[in-house]
Design a protein around this ligand. Structure first.
Ligand code: AGP
Length: 608
């Protein structure tokens, strides 16, 4: 997730406006920043890696001529955070500049075709193909800028919100979107485009939301919306935004955590656009390894636990999920050159995880990494790493980064199964189809169940403890639901494999004791129903997360939340955790806690 901004002004210095707007978009990404303006038929560009203030200190982002320009604050997905990979990107003739938020899925193929036509690429980004493709279309087919942008976007696959300027038509900005957000701000003496409303809210509260498949021609006295497909005009009037700047940063949501729960469909779509090459490379390492440890903390550990079921059930590959702070004690002596560590850390900076990696490296083990932050320490110590492309997660509690981790790990497990010939083509097709559907399935759970979950939080807000139970892969889902409730609503909770109840924990259960069961219709369902009966017999209040229409469990539960039918068990933690994320969020709100800033916790635990 990056932030883009454009300004076409009747007067004054666009660079200063762009710089201030990028500061207001900094929460969308902050590893590099850049601006491009037009003046007297020339492009002026300043960009570098580093936080906005650091780059401004170095380059003075206010000092660029002209009253029309674009800017970008980056969250790297393709290409490390280096000056050469910072946006804006320009064409060979240095006449066109583009900024982009999203992921171009077919960039490698398009880049090859353009290089064969003589285009010279400077960066490792997917974005750069956009500007060279526009250049090719303007030059070779003599298209106008808007025609070239439209034709270029039709040839590209993936998500984007882009803004383009050119010395060839210096009075306009062309912006366009598919999946990544884009809004236009209409001021008295200027018109703006941005990834999010906060960028221009101090300048104007008149906003026009742009829809997928639309482009906008912006000049300093207006805007024109057209369909990318056929340049057909679209009439849409500005709406008045009555948000405070702080609310606008959360796009109207009361907290970042709720915004990020709702962002999961888009984040998952981006996680399904990982670079083939890195997925294949990591799968090869996982296939050849003599033993594989999955090492992480907290929520990331729960992703590892779920992954151990995925690798085992799909690829017949045993993997050992280990809490990072225990790794050295438990395996420090046995890990060796034939060991492989897949470290999972959304921040890439968790001290316990890095310490476990360091201990393994000293024993010559192979280190693989899964993280959300390119350029983080974990990426630098990994032989191969994958960036999950979730965008920055501001809420301390991990939500969208957790489901994204699961999505990456499921893709790896599926590839490994294919490589090992452990699944039939039909099974592969089925699982790949279901994986593609996951973003929509998650969207359905949120849309259909959020209000009911809010009611549940109101009903159970005064309960002083909970059980979260599941079997098989749902044990991981239960553990994650319990962690969410503890860390943001401060409610003590216990989670364990449901089969363990009779070995002790059930002694805690008394009438009215809330027990959450995660119970997808997999092969553990029958045993889980037995566990539900055990708990009911002792008066527990059963809250069941079930498949839509599971009448048998509905009749046993006091409350239930339904998830779409037909989800394969190895993918079930992704949609089944959504109700638990929302439940924890609304319990925190009901108990008057700030879900974004839970006490005693940090977003990235960089101390051991
Ligand atoms: C999750 O909600 C917590 N914020 C915490 O458990 C977190 O998952 C853990 O600290 C690991 O962080 P990482 O993924 O950045 O390594």
């Amino acid at each position: 997730m990056c932030g883009i901004f454009g300004c076409a002004s009747k007067q004054g210095n666009a660079a200063k406006v762009i710089h201030a707007a990028l500061k207001r978009l900094e929460y969308r990404g902050y590893d590099s920043v850049g601006e491009a303006t037009l003046s007297e038929g020339k492009l002026f560009i300043k960009k570098d890696s580093g936080k906005i203030d650091e780059v401004h200190e170095k380059l003075n982002l206010d000092d660029l001529p002209g009253n029309l320009g674009i800017g970008h604050t980056r969250w790297a997905t393709h290409g490390a955070p280096l000056q050469v990979n910072a946006h804006p990107h320009i064409d060979c003739e240095e006449q066109i500049a583009v900024v982009h938020n999203g992921i171009i899925e077919n960039y490698a193929l398009v880049k090859k075709e353009l290089e064969d036509k003589g285009h010279v690429f400077r960066s490792k980004t997917d974005t750069e193909v956009i500007v060279h493709l526009i250049e090719e279309l303007v030059k070779q087919q003599n298209l106008t800028l808007v025609e070239a942008v439209a034709e270029a976007l039709k040839a590209l696959e993936g998500s984007y919100a882009i803004a383009v300027i050119s010395t060839l038509e210096p009075d306009k900005i062309i912006c366009a979107r598919n999946e990544s957000p884009l809004v236009v701000g209409v001021g008295e003496n200027a018109v703006y485009c941005a990834s999010d409303i906060p960028a221009f809210l101090p300048l104007t509260n008149k906003a026009v939301v742009i829809e997928d498949g639309e482009l906008v021609i912006i000049t300093n006295d207006g805007y024109e919306i057209q369909k990318i497909a056929d340049l057909r005009l679209v009439k849409r009037e500005p709406k008045i935004i009555d948000w405070t700047p702080e609310m606008a940063e959360k796009r109207g949501y009361p907290h970042f955590m709720l915004k990020e729960i709702h962002e999961q469909p888009l984040a998952l779509r981006n996680t399904l656009r990982l670079q083939e090459h890195y997925l294949e490379l990591m799968t090869t390492f996982l296939d050849r390894a003599k033993e594989v440890f999955l090492v992480a903390c907290g929520t990331s550990y729960h992703a590892c636990l779920a992954a151990s079921y995925m690798f085992s059930k799909l690829a017949y590959r045993a993997t050992y999920p280990i809490i990072a702070s225990e790794f050295a004690e438990q395996h420090g002596k046995s890990v060796n050159i034939e060991s492989t560590i897949l470290a999972v850390s959304q921040s890439g900076e968790t001290a316990d995880t890095l310490a476990a990696v360091e201990a393994a490296r000293h024993r010559a083990a192979t280190i693989l990494g899964l993280t959300n932050v390119i350029g983080s320490t974990l990426t630098r110590v990994s032989r191969v790493y994958i960036c999950q492309q979730s965008g920055p997660e501001i809420g301390v509690a991990a939500t969208k980064t957790f489901t994204a981790q699961l999505c990456v790990l499921a893709q790896l497990a599926l590839r490994l199964a294919k490589k090992r010939g452990k699944v039939s083509q039909d099974e592969i097709d089925f699982l790949e189809e279901k994986l593609e559907q996951i973003p929509n399935i998650v969207e359905n759970v949120i849309v259909k169940q959020e209000d009911k979950i809010k009611q549940l939080a109101r009903k159970y807000k005064d309960k002083r403890e909970f059980f979260f139970l599941g079997r098989g892969i749902s044990t991981a889902t239960a553990l994650e639901g319990r962690l969410k409730l503890m860390e943001i609503a401060y409610v003590p909770a216990i989670a364990y494999p449901a089969g363990e109840s009779k070995h002790g924990p059930i002694s805690l259960v008394e009438p009215g004791f809330p027990v959450v069961f995660v119970c997808p219709p997999d092969e553990t369902r029958k045993a889980v129903i037995g566990n539900i009966m055990e708990m009911k017999a002792r008066g527990a209040s059963i809250i069941a997360i079930i498949e839509e229409g599971d009448e048998e469990i509905k009749n046993l539960a006091e409350d239930f939340i339904e998830v779409d039918k037909g989800i394969p068990d190895i993918l079930s933690p992704i949609p089944y955790v959504i109700p638990l994320q929302l439940f924890a969020y609304y319990m925190a709100v009901e108990r008057s806690h700030d879900p974004d800033k839970p006490r005693n916790l940090a977003k990235s635990v960089t101390v051991k």
